[in-house]
Design a protein around this ligand. Structure first.
Ligand code: FES
Ligand SMILES: [Fe+2]
Length: 385
């Protein structure tokens, strides 16, 4: 695959920085109040804005491969059901019956032509329209068109299913929203990948701490001394601020070999891990040969759920391939545990009230950009178009 202009610029910049024996740095350190990680009012504002008005990844496209496939999703604090209709289009609804409010689908996933409420058996089609009810005479005069399931903006882009978890008063323009990331996401060809593993972890730490683990690489050679450290150049990341998204490029040591190669021989993917923050809750973490999709959601002040999908380019056909991916999975679980153990410890310190602020170093660039993006969205400066 041809190296994009953006990728070439990243490589050029990394080589310049390493030649100059320095790293990507901002002018000043930044102080962030601990209350942002602990205050229930802060969290409520984040839930109301970030987790209601912006697209969040709820699944890989393969989870809805066939017409009638559905998945349910509850971690966002609202019950959601996502379906694929007869035309192959993805729809999302509140998973709530329009008769007297029962939960409609209770399975995590499945296939159905109709969504049937377990309480009195009202049925809805895959577009959420009310199609039937037992003994309809009792509802004479009711406008059925008015009792469709409540629809949520839902999109399928780059092999991922995105849902905005509350109805919006405008048509969400997902393409404009993802535009700064589009070329890069497109090139990952996630729609051709298969899911190797998915997992979900509830942690006693602010969702922000889970995000922050992906925003800098300063911690790799201490927190991940025996795991990730040697795989990457130490604290040599480069960030593109795509406001509010962030492309965080972490070079592998072998990138230094590109110094001796002509630019048109440069390849990006084999030389980088890229931790792409897709605002507000997702990371698309591209390794050299596979990808993790992370969704990080607050479940309370100081608690969160971390959902991860490991995508690989094709089904492992040999035992050797299966072992290879299994090993990658085992390592990443260890690496994330290293992060989460530290994150939970940080949250305990926050609760103890020891520090009133945290400080972001000049080369912890993603932390600065990420915090500013959250602040801008909470103040209404950044909205989803
Ligand atoms: S609440 Fe769903 S059919 Fe009555
Ligand atoms: Fe980490």
């Amino acid at each position: 695959m041809q190296t994009s202009a953006e990728e070439r610029d990243i490589i050029r910049k990394i080589l310049e920085l390493t030649n100059d024996d320095t790293t990507h740095m901002l002018d000043e350190v930044m102080h962030n109040p601990v209350s942002k990680y602990t205050d229930p009012a802060q969290l409520q504002a984040e839930m109301d804005v970030l987790f209601r008005n912006f697209p969040i990844v709820v699944a890989h496209s393969s989870a809805l491969a066939e017409v009638g496939d559905f998945v349910t999703h509850d971690e966002l604090g609202v019950p959601i059901v996502v379906t694929r209709n007869d035309a192959g289009v993805v729809n999302a609804f509140y998973n709530v019956c329009r008769h007297r409010g029962a939960r409609i689908e209770s399975e995590p996933c499945g296939n159905a032509r109709r969504l049937t409420c377990p309480y009195h058996a009202w049925t809805y089609d895959l577009d959420g329209d009310l199609r039937g009810m037992p003994q309809p005479v009792g509802f004479d005069g009711l406008d059925r068109d008015d009792r469709s399931l409540v629809q949520l903006p839902a999109f399928e882009r780059f092999g991922l299913i995105w849902v905005v978890p509350s109805p919006q008063d405008h048509d969400v323009d997902i393409d404009a929203w993802l535009a700064p990331m589009a070329e890069h996401l497109e090139r990952l060809r996630l729609e051709d990948h298969v899911v190797f593993r998915t997992w979900s972890l509830h942690k006693d730490m602010s969702w922000r701490l889970a995000l922050e683990g992906f925003h800098e690489s300063y911690h790799f050679c201490s927190a991940h001394r025996d795991t990730a450290c040697s795989n990457y150049l130490d604290n040599q990341s480069l960030w593109l601020n795509l406001e509010p998204h962030i492309r965080h490029a972490v070079p592998l040591p072998k990138i230094l070999e590109l110094r001796d190669q002509p630019e048109d021989a440069w390849e990006y993917r084999p030389n980088f891990m890229t931790q792409n923050y897709v605002f507000p809750a997702n990371f698309v973490q591209a390794m050299t040969d596979h990808v993790y999709i992370h969704t990080i959601i607050p479940t309370g002040p100081g608690t969160c759920v971390f959902q991860c999908t490991m995508l690989i380019p094709e089904e492992p056909v040999t035992e050797k391939a299966a072992r290879y991916w299994e090993k990658n999975y085992d390592v990443v679980r260890v690496v994330f545990d290293e992060d989460f153990t530290i994150g939970e410890g940080i949250q305990q310190g926050f609760t103890a009230g020891v520090n009133t602020d945290v400080v972001f170093g000049r080369y912890e660039v993603g932390l600065h950009y990420g915090q500013k993006a959250i602040d801008a969205a909470l103040s209404g400066e950044i909205v989803c178009p």
